[in-house]
Every structure is written in structure tokens, then in C-alpha cells.
Design a protein around this ligand. Sequence first.
Ligand SMILES: Nc1nc2c(ncn2[C@@H]2O[C@H](COP(=O)(O)OP(=O)(O)O)[C@@H](O)[C@H]2O)c(=O)[nH]1
Ligand SMILES: [Mg+2]
Ligand SMILES: [Zn+2]
Length: 270
Amino acid sequence: MDVELLVDIDPGEELKKKKTYGAIINIHPRRSKFSRPKRGKEEIEQIVAANIEQMMIISSVKRPQFKMGLIDRFLIAAHQGSLEPIIVLNKIDLEHALDLNRLENIYKSINVRMITTSATQKINLDEFKEVLKDKHSIVVGQSGTGKSSLLNAVEKGLRLKVGDVSDYSQKGTHTTAAVEMYPLSFGGYVVDTPGLKYLGLWNIEAEDLRYLYPEIAEYSEKCKFRNCLHISEPGCAVKEAVELEKIYPERYESYLKIMEELQGEDPFKK
Ligand SMILES: Nc1nc2c(ncn2[C@@H]2O[C@H](COP(=O)(O)OP(=O)(O)O)[C@@H](O)[C@H]2O)c(=O)[nH]1
Ligand SMILES: [Mg+2]
Ligand SMILES: [Zn+2]
């Protein structure tokens, strides 16, 4: 895929010295995006970044706690924005209770690559770097999972501000304040983002959620009712597949949670 930045900025020699202005010299069509609903009187679409190729979903085995539901929301946002998702499970140097093999199998079963890293103990950083190389990527995830640390670890000149572990749960201590794009010396560009605790989903109907879970879509065809939402309908092939563990129960649970939200009130008003 050939990807360009949404806007090219050429400040010109005079202004380059002053470092104050840029001139837009070209506007490209938007081919991919990462967007989220923005609160306000009316819900509007906020485009966080555009014309990037891949979304690096950074989570940690703990501190902050691993949240599969949040990963699945990012997977949906990536799919909707035409971005290739890659899951990065960071802080594997810490003692934890996660079954990494199982997680890897879950995501392999839906063709999503997962890599495990430690930014501080320098584990698998070559793999992380190789994924970023020559691509336009956006790095997303909860605050404190190590997004900025990982980028600092593979790009020496970057020196992004890293948070104190004891700080991230407190309000107003996010260290990465704005969305910014950085060039990578080994090829490519990366956008670091402030952490998101919660990701609202944009423009999804309850009936369409199944198509965002490939394994659920697969079994949906065998349900008794064509419009089955796979909640508690009789003759539901999806529920049967979950019981037989042909669909991972963890994924089904995250499907149900999102379904509940799509059918319910505006989550921002709760
Ligand atoms: N044990 C451990 N701590 C890490 C790792 N990566 C980052 N941290 C720590 O986690 C905290 C948050 O890191 P930061 O990069 O600011 O996270 P961000 O909010 O996702 O950008 C800092 O104290 C880091 O030192 C890791 O692989 N292992
Ligand atoms: Mg950060
Ligand atoms: Zn069903």
C-alpha cells in the first residue's frame, strides 16, 4: 500500500529559520484513519490520525492491568479505519498471571499478529522495530503500558517523556499530552498518542458487530434466525460454538459487552 501524509508542510527557507509557520503544499485524499467519538452536545467523529498503515496496540501484562476488551475495541477501530492492527504485549519482564500462549492463539485464530516485549529489559525489541520499519504507524493503548518507553528504546534520539508507574492512575498525569508524528531513523514514521482508558466506537450498528468479530461472523450463518445477535436467541450457533470452545469465550464476552453498549444508552451520559 502506498501511503502519504495527509498534509505536506513546506515552511520555506525564511520561515524555517523562524520555526513558526508552515505552508500547506499538498492535500492528499484520506485513505485510512483512526477515529473515535468525541463528547459534546452531539457526538462527532474525531480523527486522531489519518493515512497511516498500522495500529500498534500496546498493552501490558500488568501495571496497568491487561484489558482484553480494550484491545478488541482497538481491533474494531483499526478495521473500520483500514489499519493493520498489531498487538504488543509489553512488560513481560514482570511476574504475571496471563497465559501468553493462549492469547497468542486467540489472536492468531483471527489473523492478528501479537508480539511480546519488554522495553526496560530490552526483550524482543528487534521484532518491534522490524514491524515499525518503513511503515506509518500509530501507537495506542492505555496510559502507562509503555508506549513512549518502547519508542524511546528503538529510536535513540526520540527521548519521549516517560511516566512514573505510580502516577498513571492519577488524574492529569498523562505524560504524552498530544498526538505527534515522529520520523524513524531506520525508516518510517510513528505517531505517539496519550493513553486512552476507554475507546468509544464510532458508527457501528448492533447488527453489524458480528462482522467485526470474524470468528462470530463465521458461525452466524448457521444460527436459526438470520438476524440473530447471539445474545440469548434459540438455535444460536455462535453460543453453541462458544460452549464447545470453538470460539474463545474471552472474545465472546467482549462481543457481548460491546453489544450491550451499542444497544444501550450513550456511554458518555452514564
Ligand atoms: N517493568 C517494566 N516497566 C516498563 C516497561 N515499559 C515501560 N515501563 C514503565 O512503565 C511506565 C510508563 O511508561 P510510559 O512509556 O510512559 O507509558 P505510556 O503512557 O504508555 O507512554 C514507566 O515507569 C516505564 O518505565 C517494561 O517493559 N517493563
Ligand atoms: Mg506516553
Ligand atoms: Zn446466533
